[in-house]
Design a protein around this ligand. Sequence first.
Ligand code: HEC
Ligand code: HEC
Length: 263
Amino acid sequence: MFISRAQAARMIALCLIPATALGVALAVCTRNAAAAQESRTGAAQAEPPANSLAARGKLIFDQTPKLAAPYVGNKLSCSDCHIDSGTKDYASSLKDVAGLFPSYSKRAGRVITLTERINECFVRSENGHPLPAKSPEMLAMIAYMQFLAQGQKPGQPYAKRGLAKLPELAGDATRGKQIYNQGCAMCHGVNGGGVPPVMPPVWGPDSYNDGAGMSHTPKMAAWVYKNMPQTNPGSLTPQQSYDVSAYIDSMPRPKFNPIYKSF
Ligand code: HEC
Ligand code: HEC
């Protein structure tokens, strides 16, 4: 039985918290281990055919720092943000994305290919370097995204693509610090460094850089609102999501390398 990195992270995450509440720990861990082949949303995840290029791509999604090492400058995998190997709604799902590129990018100010979009996440979210278009890692990730887009109507985006739509609010980092220390620090650490690869770092040298989508408070708030805290997503209000994101955004992280600004 193959358990992906993200699934293993969830098992450990769910086992860490109840470990403090004596008695329930064992029951919760056992139940969760049994459900490990299911995605977080409970739906069975389609697996690419064994040993296919797409299967290799899925592994790279789940273990990016290890399997795409020359191009990664931190300790984050794609699946740390694109949860359930890119299949979770409102976690910037990558389900139908392959068929939607080439596509106009507001950030780049021009039409970009899927390869270029993946490289945007490499130079920003992965704080790394762009992959050659024909590199085995890039071809594998594209094959996986094409697998995820099977059955898509051409040009028609998946309804739950991207992030939640939240009202525009002002985040308060002081309130956010309290939310973080109470509801996030047990997994991501008081110092933001997490316990990679199981608990991803949210700030500091091993996290995404300041050019990443996640480093914009409104984007992060929309992501956090639907996806964190991992054991109880949906429990934060939009205001609390903004506050905790404003706090995380106020902390130090790597600087975006301007030589990659065309991405
Ligand atoms: C730190 C979090 C983070 C990591 C790590 C990350 N991404 Fe992203 N990614 C995002 C965010 C945020 C968006 C944009 C969502 C939005 O603006 O709607 C995005 C968007 C994308 C898109 C475009 C999606 C669309 O709907 O058009 C692709 C493709 C993508 N990422 C691929 C990857 C790949 C491949 C990796 C791993 C090499 C990766 N990302 C790693 C956060 C991340
Ligand atoms: C039970 C452990 C746990 C708790 C509590 C938790 N997280 Fe996470 N977090 C994770 C894991 C594991 C991931 C990787 C994605 C996944 O598998 O769900 C993640 C991913 C993230 C990411 C994207 C990856 C990165 O490192 O930047 C952010 C941002 C984040 N969490 C913020 C928060 C915030 C804010 C809170 C509190 C409101 C929180 N988390 C609470 C375990 C946790």
